[in-house]
Design a protein around this ligand. Structure first.
Ligand code: ATP
Ligand code: MG
Length: 567
């Protein structure tokens, strides 16, 4: 919880400082070329959004380019479903790779040629150790590794074996191609890392053309080099891999040598972010899919009602640091509320309805009440909402016996019906069987049309309402954090990270009564339901039977945290 929000000034960080210095010295001829390199093995999440904003943001800021490159070197976990979804999500976030969409698999032939060059020049060898043996030979942080007995194989023999590996002569796992570096290196990544493995598997793009696949650590620097990337920005866990990144490019004397720069990944509380875990939640049906509104995925946030502007603002505010930390999800919600408060149209919706009958109001009269669409934005105009004798109000806005400081409806008390009239509670109707209050009766003051008394008398509360005859039935889905624990991994203490899943994280309310204009809400339309929170129409809704996801409540816990921090 250590990253304070910065004002929305142009972000300045250590990576942009490097880029500016490089531009000043002409290191890359003044060029700035970045890339966003997702592996198509899952949907993008809010952590990826940080990387997207950074890579595309830097390119935009310095007049450079940012490529989208699918790092598809692992055929067994990848899928075109993910390839399509990733592109949709990046576009939705507001970024564009123009015609620079690439796949690491497009470079397989070139990567293989370079591997042959490494072998010919004595920088790589074919090793016949099994994966377990390679691991045993690797040593530990305190002990040097042991050289493979195949390390001294001649270049000719390795080259011949490599070609036969490619030709499919050997089974999976029987041989690997390894870089010849230093088995005593203090950096385990430099102890003759495997750069090719045999895998007889269908690839989603290259089909069965290959049974030999490059390792990520080998493919990545070369893909960057082929694309002429200048700044290869990645997360901190790759810091120890940087020496190998540089070794590959140096060993092959490539004409272009991108600079790898690491930054701290985004961690958020009350959620998990690894794609493996998110996939598990989907597969086990803990959530309804990758786009379940409780997921930290981009498509989940979108379905929940998040705006791209709010997510970009969040990414600007958390900044880019070199040390890992966890960001409070309240900050993300704060960015969302700020944006929606400015832009979301107001509407009246009653989630837990209770009937209110205005006994003094004529039976068949319907008046159009003018209500502002957004008090924050006069340009949003006004709308007309029908008012009649029988209304729906929130069950919680009435108490027969009011607790202290309760100023809403109770017998004898006067309240304002938003923009309509002042009404005084005159009594209740009970269910004869259960004694439960099923209807509240009231009298209105006809002189208070619009909601204000000409004699200046004041009421302490304003409640919202929907005319019963005009109301549209809707479903509302209310969400809480998917995990009850702030850090689900720590909470499980070596046990199951799913142990803190919050079973009450979704509450479905049917039979909600909403303003008639909401009947035509289209999926993705966002509203502020007066006094209740921000809601977004869900694709599960049908015309006349809308479904709304609660995007966020109105209460802003981050604003409170901020205030406390300021003293
Ligand atoms: P995960 O750990 O969730 O599986 P990953 O790093 O394997 O993610 P990639 O598809 O390889 O996922 O990620 C694409 C890019 O996004 C990489 O450059 C990676 O560093 C970056 N990235 C992934 N997760 C985060 C995060 N939490 N914060 C910032 N950047 C991230
Ligand atoms: Mg990765």
């Amino acid at each position: 919880m250590s990253e304070p929000p910065a004002p929305s000034a142009p972000p300045q960080d250590f990576i942009r400082a490097i880029v500016e210095e490089d531009n000043r010295t002409g290191k890359h001829g003044g060029r700035v070329a970045t890339r966003f390199p997702p592996e198509p093995n899952g949907y993008l999440h809010i952590g990826h959004a940080k990387s997207i904003c950074l890579n595309f943001g830097i390119a935009r800021q310095y007049g450079g380019t940012c490529n989208l490159r699918f790092d598809d070197t692992n055929p067994t976990k990848e899928d075109v479903e993910y390839v399509d979804a990733i592109q949709e999500d990046i576009r939705w976030l507001g970024f564009d790779w123009a015609d620079r969409l690439y796949y690491a698999s497009d470079y397989f032939e070139r990567l293989y040629e370079l591997a042959e060059q490494l072998v010919r020049e004595g920088n790589a060898y074919v090793c016949d150790l099994t994966a377990d043996e390679v691991r045993e030979h690797r040593g530990t942080l305190t002990e040097p590794g042991k050289e493979s007995p195949y390390r001294r194989r001649s270049a000719e023999e390795s080259l011949d074996l490599l070609r036969r590996m490619r030709a499919g002569e050997f089974p999976d796992g029987s041989r690997t191609l390894r870089a010849k570096i230093d088995m005593a290196s203090p950096n385990l990544n430099m102890r003759d890392p495997v750069i090719y493995r045999i895998l007889h598997a269908e690839h989603h793009r290259t089909g069965d053309a290959w049974c030999l696949y490059p390792m990520y650590d080998y493919a990545h620097p070369l893909s960057d080099m082929i694309e002429g990337i200048t700044h290869s920005i990645c997360t901190l866990e790759f810091e120890d891999h940087r020496p190998f990144y540089d070794w590959v490019l140096d060993a092959l004397r490539t004409p272009c040598h991108p600079q790898q720069i690491e930054f701290a990944r985004l961690n958020l509380n009350y959620t998990v972010m690894s794609k493996r875990k998110l996939l598990e939640l989907v597969r086990e049906g803990v959530v309804s899919g990758w786009d379940d509104p409780r997921m930290p995925t981009i498509c989940g946030l979108r379905r929940r009602g998040y705006t791209p502007e709010a997510i970009r603002d969040f990414c600007d505010r958390i900044g880019v640091a070199k040390r890992d930390s966890t960001v409070d999800i309240a900050l993300l919600e704060h960015c969302l509320r700020e944006d929606l408060n400015r832009r979301a149209r107001r509407a009246m919706a009653v989630l837990r309805p209770l009937r209110l009958v205005i006994e003094s109001y004529p039976e068949n009269l319907v008046e159009d009440i003018e209500v502002p669409n957004n008090p924050e934005d006069p340009a949003a105009g006004i709308r007309r909402v029908p008012f009649s004798r029988t209304l729906w109000i929130e069950r919680d806005d009435f108490r027969e016996t009011p607790p202290p400081k309760y100023w809403r409806l109770f017998p004898g008390n006067e309240v304002r019906l938003r923009s309509a009239y002042l009404v005084t509670c005159t009594g209740v109707v009970r269910d004869p069987g259960t004694g439960e209050v099923v209807e509240v009766r009231a009298a209105h003051d006809p002189a208070t049309r619009g909601g204000n008394a000409p004699d200046g008398r004041r009421v302490k509360s304003t409640i919202h309402w929907v005319s019963a005859a005009h109301a549209v039935e809707a479903e509302a889905r209310l969400y809480e954090h998917l995990f009850a624990a702030e850090d689900p991994d720590a909470a499980s203490e070596g046990g199951d990270w799913k142990s803190s899943i919050h079973p009450g994280s979704l509450e479905i309310l049917r039979g909600c009564k909403v303003e008639h204009l909401l009947a035509g809400a289209r999926p993705g339309d966002r509203f502020q339901f007066e006094r209740l929170g921000y809601f977004c129409a869900d694709p599960d809704g049908r015309p006349g039977a809308p479904v709304f996801n609660r995007t966020a409540t109105l209460k802003d816990s981050w604003a409170k945290i901020e205030k406390k921090q300021r003293g």
